[in-house]
Design a binder for this molecule. Structure first.
Ligand SMILES: Cc1cc2nc3c(=O)[nH]c(=O)nc-3n(C[C@H](O)[C@H](O)[C@H](O)COP(=O)(O)O)c2cc1C
Length: 320
């Protein structure tokens, strides 16, 4: 997630079993081949073999653009740098991105989605997969199936569908049943995305969409133990306890500690507040902590005031 989930966050979120793969923030492609440093900035894991987080979870590189030729050139660049797959973003709703003909704006013309995926697929020559991410449409859902079919016809090996149109932004609900309609009209695996905040929502999204796999966005940050809870439940049918505040505070503290090794404290303060703001979603305790610290500007004071319990988060989870 752009501006929110970087390599360090991916590392933290994948330390416990839960995720099968992760995706980088999008690399914005306009009309040129970007230099390697841009790819390394978005995906420092490109220096690892395999390209994965420290705990071995693959990291897929995402491109966002509309010009098939430029996308193809940058996909080739990603391949040369060792990427394990290239994901194409057709879901970004940002006005600036859409005004410059990127992200969800292509969903108004399935033919353009097809051309973009096809160009990347041909550039990669089957050496690594191309995958895609779409929303249900731009203003309405009329072209949802056509866009999904365009990704498949272009050569996508897998499709993530965020169950909202661009105009719906991030407003609930995500239309999981619509993801199901799309899934039924393509033969590539479809992954359901949007508003999966809890174990119950996970199950409901799977049931309504008929998808085997789901993608977590904001909820991965709101509750860093949601994916491990889902995984544990899949494997054992047992429900692990809900994530406690000390567990959340502990991950934030670790995050701040790692970020301050290469960023100024004032930037880390903003990043910590940004993560805390995500944690407020559906969690009153996190909200109260956010309210208490939101005006603090000193990193050490902020971290101290998060009231860190001494219990280790993993211990808290695995005790059941
Ligand atoms: C701040 C922010 C940044 C995002 N950046 C990206 C991105 O770079 N690439 C992408 O595919 N989706 C991005 N998304 C969309 C999410 O991956 C996800 O599709 C969306 O938030 C819906 O899922 P959720 O309800 O689980 O959050 C972003 C979302 C947010 C809120």
């Amino acid at each position: 997630m752009e501006g929110v989930i970087d390599a360090l966050t991916r590392d933290l979120l994948t330390r416990e079993a839960g995720f099968d793969w992760t995706v980088t923030e999008f690399v914005r492609v306009v009309d040129t081949r970007l230099p390697p440093r841009v790819f390394y900035k978005h995906c420092p894991e490109l220096t690892n073999r395999p390209v994965a987080t420290a705990s071995g979870i693959p990291v897929h590189l995402q491109l966002l653009g509309s010009d098939p030729k430029a996308l193809a050139e940058n996909a080739r660049q990603a391949l040369a740098l060792g990427a394990v797959s290239v994901d194409l973003n057709f879901g970004c709703p940002a006005k600036l991105v859409n005004r410059h003909d990127g992200g969800a704006s292509l969903l108004r013309r399935p033919e353009r989605v097809y051309q973009a995926v096809k160009a990347v697929s041909e550039a990669l020559e089957g050496q690594i997969p191309v995958t895609a991410k779409i929303r249900l449409g731009f203003s309405d859902r009329r072209l949802a199936v056509a866009c999904a079919q365009a990704t498949q016809a272009g050569g996508a090996a897998r499709l993530v569908v965020h169950g909202r149109t661009r105009d719906e932004g991030y407003r609930p609900p995500a239309h999981w049943e619509w993801i199901g309609r799309v899934r039924q009209q393509v033969s590539i695996p479809v992954v359901a995305n949007g508003d999966i905040w809890t174990l119950e929502a996970y199950w409901k999204a799977r049931t309504l969409s008929g998808c085997r796999d789901v993608m977590l966005g904001r909820s991965a940050l709101a509750d860093p133990w949601l994916a491990p809870r889902i995984r544990h439940w899949q494997r054992t049918g047992e429900r692990l306890p809900e994530t406690t505040w000390p567990m959340r505070a502990s991950v934030i503290k670790e995050y701040a500690h790692l970020q301050r090794q290469h960023l100024p404290d004032r930037v880390v303060v903003s990043l910590v507040k940004q993560w805390l703001a995500q944690m407020r979603q559906g969690n009153e305790e996190a909200n109260q902590h956010f309210q208490r610290v939101k005006r603090l500007t000193d990193l050490d004071t902020l971290l101290k005031s998060l009231v860190i319990d001494t219990a280790h988060p993993e211990a808290a989870v695995s005790c059941h």
